[in-house]
Design a protein around this ligand. Structure first.
Ligand SMILES: [Zn+2]
Length: 300
């Protein structure tokens, strides 16, 4: 692999940790390598360190250790996560065997899963009992579920482009607290979520932007039109370009309820630079994100 490629993979370690399912607050998380009760793991740029058990490293070694992968597989996982095609322009590496294994997303392999979505008990519990989502939203998003060989239930979330073509899949582990929390088939382009909704926008309609698809489902269930961006720490150049293009093609007012924490506000400011007309809505005290606000509202 080219050194340049490896450098591209050394993303913000915090963002990578989030994708691995660690919950981060104030740049700290519970260490997955020892029985941690107070968040002992800290993040700084591309590195992590546990101040309790001493485990440390960079984003690549974090993936290696959490997912039990070797170096090369960890690099592939990171490349998939960030939609980076490794050694893309470099013909030198075509014969290394590396490039050939990072295949583009093969939609034809997965499309049929979403033709007749099926929700197992775990998925129904998560979507309807816990999140109180509207059945119509779940159908519109074509959410489906499956179980792996170990009997672990996964929610399967398809990502479509505006033309309705399947471009990626996010699998969400339905076992609470289990790692990894997410899995993405190779080459999945899980950038902006729910792009087909743009085709339903009428002039003057409001469009909400949420962080992550589960808040997007809550927003849709609350009767708003919404798209989601993947995560505060991972707003890619491609996501930004897409938002700019949406903004220039639609006469839409953008709205957002930022998560009630520092990354949420940071994301709002980052997005406001791209969408100057973005309207800030404040979540009530005690609600950390819109999903929580929505379930509270619907229960009362
Ligand atoms: Zn530790």
């Amino acid at each position: 692999m080219q050194k340049y490629d490896i450098e591209k993979l050394r993303h913000s370690c915090e963002g990578v940790a989030q994708r691995l399912g660690l919950t981060i607050k104030h740049h700290k998380a519970l260490c997955p390598f020892h029985n941690d009760h107070t968040p002992s793991m800290t993040f700084k740029e591309a590195r992590f360190k546990c101040w309790s058990c001493g485990e440390s490293g960079d984003s690549i070694s974090l993936v290696q250790k959490v997912l039990g992968k070797n170096f090369l597989d960890a690099c592939r996982w990171l490349a998939d996560e960030h939609n980076i095609i490794l050694a893309d322009e470099s013909s030198k590496f075509q014969d290394s065997g590396f490039k050939s294994e990072v295949k583009p997303f093969d939609a034809s392999r997965y499309e049929r899963f979403f033709e007749r979505p099926w929700l197992n008990e775990e998925a129904r519990r998560f979507l309807f009992d816990e999140r109180h989502l509207d059945e119509r939203v779940v159908r519109w998003c074509r959410l489906t579920s499956w179980k792996d060989k170990q009997g672990v239930a996964w929610l399967q979330i398809p990502y479509y482009n505006r033309e309705g073509k399947l471009v990626g899949i996010q699998n969400r582990n339905l076992v609470r607290g289990a790692l990894p929390r997410f899995r993405f088939p190779q080459g999945s382009q899980c950038g902006i979520y729910n792009l087909p909704v743009l085709n339903l926008l009428r002039p003057g309609d409001e469009l909400f932007i949420t962080e992550g698809c589960s808040d997007c489902w809550a927003m849709l269930s609350a009767g708003h039109k919404a798209i989601a961006i993947p995560s505060a720490t991972l707003l890619t150049k491609k996501d930004i370009e897409q938002l700019l293009s949406i903004n220039s093609h639609l006469s839409t007012q953008f709205h957002m309820y930022p998560d009630r924490d520092e990354p949420g506000e940071r994301l709002f400011l980052q997005l406001q630079k791209v969408l100057p007309s973005l309207v800030h809505h404040q979540l009530p005290l005690g609600c950390k994100d819109f999903g929580e606000y929505y379930t509270l509202k619907i229960k009362h």
